[in-house]
Design a protein around this ligand. Sequence first.
Ligand code: COA
Length: 218
Amino acid sequence: MNKYDCIIRKETKDDYRETENLAREAFWNLSQPGCNEHYLMHIMREHKDFIPELDYVIELDGKIAASIMYCKATLTDEQGNAKPVATMGPLCVLPEYQRKGLGKALLEYTFRIVEELGYDTVINFGNPDNYVARGYKSCKKYNVCFEGDVFPAALLVKVLKEDALDGRKWFYHPSDVDRPCDDEKALEEYDKLFPPKEKGWQPSQEEFYIHSHSAITW
Ligand SMILES: CC(C)(COP(=O)(O)OP(=O)(O)OC[C@H]1O[C@@H](n2cnc3c(N)ncnc32)[C@H](O)[C@@H]1OP(=O)(O)O)[C@@H](O)C(=O)NCCC(=O)NCCS
């Protein structure tokens, strides 16, 4: 990353507003009119499942250009044995710096810390285009599903150790950290703290709908 003269470092309290604004710029109108990721970051930092050791930013040209956060989640097998896993997200890059390797750098940098913290599996929802090159595979390949045997197309699994999931069926239990984002009024109020932006439709919203409502059945 030297060619961009950038620094990967932990997020600090002083960064919060800038990082949230970055998320707002990156996610605005992407999956819905407006976005909620800046609010999610705000509530996530206070949530019991938040992993502060994995809260990183990239500083570039004197500003925060990229951000990554993680939460704790759980897999359980059919016998009820539980396994802690890390859930990645939000991950975002300022639009003018996208597709230059910053997202890749943050993922690869933090995967090492995820392992040091004792996790061998990272799971997240997302557009596979953004993740398969980082070694993520479909949840179906690792037999990871929701209760009811649903294998969402957007549920992606990255194993950091080859035998981490050993083929048995695992049920994924994500954190409830994003629940407050359903409160549209609270989101609207929080959004007022940021510069005005126009909500609108764009094709990526339909793409998101298709990805997030699809499941792998064979
Ligand atoms: C998605 C996002 C985090 C990726 O970060 P980035 O710095 O732009 O991406 P990178 O340059 O590191 O590329 C990561 C991978 O994306 C894919 N990619 C790169 N350019 C692409 C393009 N034009 N079209 C589709 N995929 C592309 C490649 O798989 C690439 O891996 P590679 O470098 O091994 O080929 C960033 O674009 C972003 O913030 N987007 C808006 C918010 C978002 O969608 N966040 C993720 C939620 S699922």
